[in-house]
Design a protein around this ligand. Structure first.
Ligand code: ZN
Length: 404
């Protein structure tokens, strides 16, 4: 079998340590050796480059291509699946070889990827986000019309639920429909017509039953959580990751540390929402909500990173354009994380959050050969600001096969 050696470059191994000079040998889709002076049948010249583990984005919406309600209303229903194929290809090309879809993608998309019918990152799906009446997933407009961002269909049920019994039934339904993770909104959000991001949604017994049912099915719960009370409720009831985490307090950070809860910051998300507001496509209420959270978001992520909360990279791509995912790492560095810590959040830490750390997220023998070749020093590029790292990507491999 062909041995391919990536030689002459620096390797970021995914652990959070700084990159160091090393060669990497790939055979049969796996990394088989990492060290100096290695040889192979084929050589990828990595001189002047950094070799990274395939990167993760733990919060994307691949069926979403922007948040302009008029354009969503005027898109044919099935167009979203073709757009998803394009968004997945774009995401893969920027070096993201694994994603977690935070609602929208259904089992058909996951299956098309598994069968190799469309190129894209390895994808975990949540299908539909559990939301209480009036919550972040309730698309009821003030005029009385319901204008869904993700129109329910046979593989993507409506998921506005109230009370433990409805939550239990919906989690079971989503598990049946192929969910790899359950997503639940424990606060309001920016891009929902009538919800307040600072308010806690669902009571403890509702969150607890979602976690119980997910756990029984062998999967985890991710919580869209912006306000403090909803973050605390999610963490104390066993949610695995807090998405967004706009209004963290010392109490919330301490509880996350105690419980080992991950934080998926999505620093790009409010910026993309504000860009949409500036373009005039959001209601004034949504625009005001997006702007109101920005400062607190940066302060929260800065404090959480300094305290040592486990962080996994996520962007909310779909709210903004797909393919800019790597810009998130530069925003993380602006919150005080080192480039190596930001890279760790997008590799080893993210792989652990998604339960695939045995196979992915590191450049070490035995792991699947998902690799990204970046021209230059990846840490310098991240420090240079948004756009630099993504502009430096020169090649992407999945299972040792070059895919971009
Ligand atoms: Zn999202």
């Amino acid at each position: 079998m062909t041995r391919t050696v990536f030689s002459g470059g620096r390797v970021f191994d995914g652990s959070g340590s700084e990159a160091a000079e090393a060669d990497v040998v790939v055979q049969d889709g796996r990394i088989v050796d990492v060290g100096s002076g290695l040889d192979g049948d084929e050589r990828v010249d990595a001189t002047g480059h950094t070799v990274l583990p395939g990167l993760f984005d733990c919060h994307v919406h691949v069926t979403l291509s922007g948040v302009n309600p008029l354009s969503i209303l005027n898109s044919p229903f099935s167009l979203q699946f073709y757009e998803a194929a394009e968004n997945l290809r774009t995401t893969l090309a920027c070096g993201i070889t694994s994603v977690r879809d935070a609602s929208g993608a259904d089992l058909g998309i996951a299956e098309a990827l598994r069968r190799g019918m469309i190129p894209g990152p390895r994808t975990q799906i949540s299908i539909s986000m559990l939301s209480q009446t009036g919550g972040h997933g309730d698309d009821w407009m003030s005029c009385g019309a319901v204008v869904p961002t993700f129109l329910p269909h046979p593989g993507r049920p409506s998921s506005v639920v109230d009370g433990p019994d409805e939550v239990r039934r919906k989690v079971r339904e989503l598990v049946r429909d192929g969910a790899d993770v359950i997503k639940m909104a424990t606060t309001g959000g920016v891009l929902s017509p009538r919800s307040d991001p600072k308010r806690a949604h669902f009571r403890d017994e509702e969150i607890a039953v979602a976690v119980q049912e997910a756990t029984a099915a062998g999967i985890a719960v991710m919580a869209h959580a912006q306000g403090t009370a909803g973050i605390l409720a999610a963490v104390r009831n066993g949610v695995r990751s807090i998405e967004h985490g706009i209004h963290l307090t010392d109490e919330a950070i301490d509880l996350m540390l105690e419980r080992g809860t991950w934080l998926v910051p999505t620093l790009l998300a409010p910026r993309d929402a504000i860009a949409a507001a500036d373009a005039g496509v959001l209601t004034p209420e949504m625009a005001a909500k997006a702007r109101a959270g920005l400062e607190s978001h940066v302060a929260s992520i800065t404090a959480a990173a300094a305290a040592g909360v486990r962080i996994a990279m996520g962007t909310d791509s779909g709210v903004g354009p797909h393919g800019r995912n790597l810009d998130e790492l530069s925003l993380m560095v602006e919150c005080g994380m080192s480039p190596a810590a930001a890279l760790h959040a997008a590799t080893g830490s993210a792989a652990e959050l998604l339960g695939v750390g045995e196979e992915l997220g590191a450049v070490e023998p035995g792991k699947r050969a998902d690799l990204v070749l970046v021209e230059g020093d990846a840490a310098d590029l991240i420090r240079s600001g948004a756009g630099a790292l993504r502009g430096g990507v020169r090649g992407v491999w999945q299972d040792g096969v070059r895919v971009s």
